[in-house]
Design a protein around this ligand. Structure first.
Ligand code: CP
Length: 345
């Protein structure tokens, strides 16, 4: 069977692009790069095109820094801000604000750069399209160079690699059958499901027993849970869903705090907003909750809203490893870039 260009080009669009052994190789390579404080111009003359449809602090700066450490250049592309706005729908009459179609834009950027990174959050319009990761899939199809997902509607795989590295470091490589709890937390805005989805998957792929702690109507879509369950089962662990936050925290080794919108946000945003801000407002992660755990470490992908998602005394406590987690974005992304560009240290 003939392969398309998109099938031949290496990419890191989804965690599923790499099997467990490859993911572990990349994470362990990142750990070595971190220990070496690796800075060598192995990618001299290479260029990264980083497309940001949405804001970023960590992803943007860690990719730019990784590129400098490897000797590569970067071009930051923010559609509608200094470059044309991109039309992302197919088959539309482009008589509105967007002067450029994603199809030409990605093909042209591919002629200039060696790797494309893309951040394109969910627009919370269609759960089906988000589960298919339609926009990211289109970009992968149009690109003729490797694509890295810098957070899409469905996944944040670079964050997941950094999460994996952070847990391996913190648990001294002994992740098998340790208890990982992803705890839903309150937030004034409906947030996408990419980070929680990827955090659950990487924990399952590290062989951890994974607990999803959330109010009943905040449970993630079945397709995401099935994927996590299948990875857990392959790695000798399991996924549990717990609607009692205190029960979930019992004996946990890792507490990962995160808010996300209930799937209800796609068809009834007002009801979802009421549910999230009124009914579930007592899910803030506090020191009292952390005291139920087995001296668990606290993780969060950041940015985090203090005293809404998690209390000051947790974030400022010695068991919070969220800043180490953010630092690890730099090291894993160096390893991802080196893998996709075929470079060795
Ligand atoms: N965690 C994360 O992706 O942070 P930014 O949104 O700041 O890039």
């Amino acid at each position: 069977m003939t392969q398309t260009i998109a099938e031949i080009i290496p990419r890191f669009a989804h965690l599923s692009d790499w099997d467990d052994a490859t993911l572990m190789d990349v994470i362990r390579h990142a750990r070595r790069l971190k220990k070496m404080q690796f800075r060598k111009p192995v990618a001299s003359g290479k260029m990264l095109g980083l497309i940001f449809f949405n804001p970023s602090l960590r992803t943007r700066i860690s990719f730019e820094t990784a590129a400098v450490h490897l000797g590569a250049g970067t071009s930051i592309i923010q559609p509608g801000q200094g470059v044309w706005s991109f039309e992302t729908q197919t088959g539309v009459i482009m008589d509105g604000d967007c002067a450029e179609h994603l199809k030409e834009a990605v093909q042209v950027i591919s002629r200039y750069v060696d790797v494309i990174g893309v951040r394109a959050f969910s627009a919370m319009q269609s759960l089906k399209e988000d589960l298919e990761d339609r926009l990211l899939q289109d970009i992968v199809r149009y690109a003729t160079v490797p694509v890295i997902n810098m957070e899409s509607a469905r996944e944040h795989p670079c964050q997941a690699l950094a999460d994996g590295l952070t847990m391996l470091e913190h648990l001294e490589e002994k992740t098998k059958n340790r208890k990982f709890v992803l705890s839903w937390a309150p937030h004034p805005k409906p947030l996408p499901m990419a980070v929680p989805n990827s955090a659950l998957e990487i924990a399952a792929r590290l062989g951890m027993n994974v607990t999803l702690a959330c109010p009943p109507k905040m449970t993630l879509p079945d397709a995401m849970l099935e994927n996590v369950r299948s990875h857990a089962s392959k790695n000798g662990s399991q996924l549990s869903i717990e609607h009692d936050q205190k029960e979930a925290f019992r004996d946990a080794d890792i507490i990962y705090g995160k808010s996300w919108a209930a799937p209800l946000a796609y068809n009834d945003p007002d009801a979802e907003s009421k549910l999230r801000t009124e009914t579930c407002s007592n899910w803030t992660i506090t020191r009292d909750l952390m005291s139920i755990t087995k001296n668990a470490a606290f993780m969060h992908c950041l940015p985090v809203r203090r005293n809404v998602v998690v209390s000051d005394d947790v974030l400022d406590g010695s068991d919070a490893i969220h800043v180490d987690q953010a630092e690890n974005r730099l090291h894993v992304q160096k390893a991802v870039l080196m893998k996709l560009m075929g470079l060795s240290s």
